[in-house]
Design a protein around this ligand. Structure first.
Ligand SMILES: NC(=O)c1ccc[n+]([C@@H]2O[C@H](COP(=O)([O-])OP(=O)(O)OC[C@H]3O[C@@H](n4cnc5c(N)ncnc54)[C@H](OP(=O)(O)O)[C@@H]3O)[C@@H](O)[C@H]2O)c1
Length: 319
């Protein structure tokens, strides 16, 4: 980007949670929030009031024209469409930097802007935000994946620093895998905790009590991961190679929650891999565990997964 006299001007297109939070922080770090536009005017007004600065534009093209760095912080599915529309209407200045903040999509979805001489970059915080206030706080110290044009990356690093984050440079072609990793530790973590809660509900503990009771354990585990890393933080019967306890878990899971049995065993098999890395699990016990976790898998098709498995006359399950 060319050296800009005075404050670097920012436009926010898509005045939601992330756009508002980024605008707020960057304004307080010396950038000028020149323009704000959104699908609805009320959202742009709300963001301007939260940020404490920014001319509100009815159309996205005029908002983009007002700035040197344009953040397209709309939902992922319309980022490209928004960028293309601004390009078609000549809304990007030569040398402008076009930013989107999606985790899954590469910066190249902004390619159309290059026709006007713009540079492109994606800046993705590895964090989840529910509202702008909380996002301003939680962006501090967050890691932020960046990828895009060389010149734009230099500017992106400055933006990440201003946001209080730490950058990691990724590449456009690995963006979806990079995002899959984030989805696992955030979204799938919620799904795994839900599995634990469902197991407690199956033994008669109400959902709220179950979650409350499991929270200290969840927090302790996360803190151990932070302190000891992986595999160091793995504890429990799999890390100890306690095959008999795992066998008991499997029997109970098969009886009580057969539709979640496959998920349980798949996670168990991955825990065995982690346990082997830790070195507390002997090769022999590791093999016994893998055997138990594979042998007892109930193969159900997705439609029948919600059905209870019929018992045979001898009381065992038909596999
Ligand atoms: N939230 C997170 O946890 C998080 C984390 C990392 C990255 N991100 C990324 O950040 C970006 C924004 O996410 P967000 O959570 O801030 O979403 P959001 O709160 O839903 O905000 C998106 C905003 O864009 C506006 N918008 C929708 N369509 C538009 C269009 N065609 N033209 C102009 N504005 C439009 C919305 O509409 P209205 O004007 O109707 O309000 C809304 O204000 C996404 O790329 C997302 O992947 C989000």
């Amino acid at each position: 980007m060319k050296v800009i006299k005075g404050k670097t001007k920012i436009a926010i297109i898509g005045a939601g949670v992330v756009g508002s939070a980024v605008g707020y922080i960057l304004k307080n770090k010396g950038y000028k929030i020149a323009g704000i536009a959104s699908r609805r005017l009320e959202s742009a007004k709300k963001a301007a009031s939260f940020i404490g600065e920014g001319e509100i534009f009815k159309d996205i093209v005029s908002a983009a024209k007002s700035a040197d760095i344009i953040f397209i912080t709309t939902p992922d599915k319309v980022i490209q469409e928004v960028c293309d529309k601004i390009t078609e209407n000549g809304g990007f200045k030569k040398g402008a930097i076009i930013v989107h903040m999606s985790g899954a999509l590469p910066s190249t979805i902004l390619n159309s802007s290059k026709r006007l001489g713009a540079k492109i970059v994606s800046i993705h915080p590895l964090q989840s935000f529910a509202d702008p206030k909380e996002a301003v706080f939680s962006l501090q110290g967050s890691y932020i994946g960046i990828e895009g044009d060389k010149d734009a990356l230099i500017e992106a690093k400055k933006i990440v620093k201003a946001l209080g984050g730490r950058h990691i440079v990724i590449s456009a072609d690995t963006k979806a895998m990079y995002h899959a990793g984030a989805a696992v530790v955030s979204n799938y973590l919620v799904a795994i905790i839900d599995l634990g809660v469902k197991i407690y509900e199956a033994v008669g503990i109400p959902k709220e009590t179950a979650l409350q009771a499991l929270m200290p354990l969840i927090k302790g585990t996360v803190s151990n991961i932070e302190r000891l890393g992986i595999p160091g933080a793995l504890t429990g019967p799999i890390a100890r190679g306690d095959v008999s306890v795992v066998e008991m878990h499997l029997e109970e899971m098969r009886k009580n929650l057969p539709h979640m049995f496959r998920l349980f065993t798949e996670l168990g098999r991955h825990a065995v891999r982690v346990g082997s890395e830790k070195g507390t699990l002997s090769k022999e016990d590791g093999e016994k565990l893998l055997n138990a976790l594979t042998r007892k898998v109930v193969f159900l098709n997705p439609i029948s997964e919600i059905k209870v498995i019929p018992r045979t006359s001898r009381g065992s399950y038909r596999l």
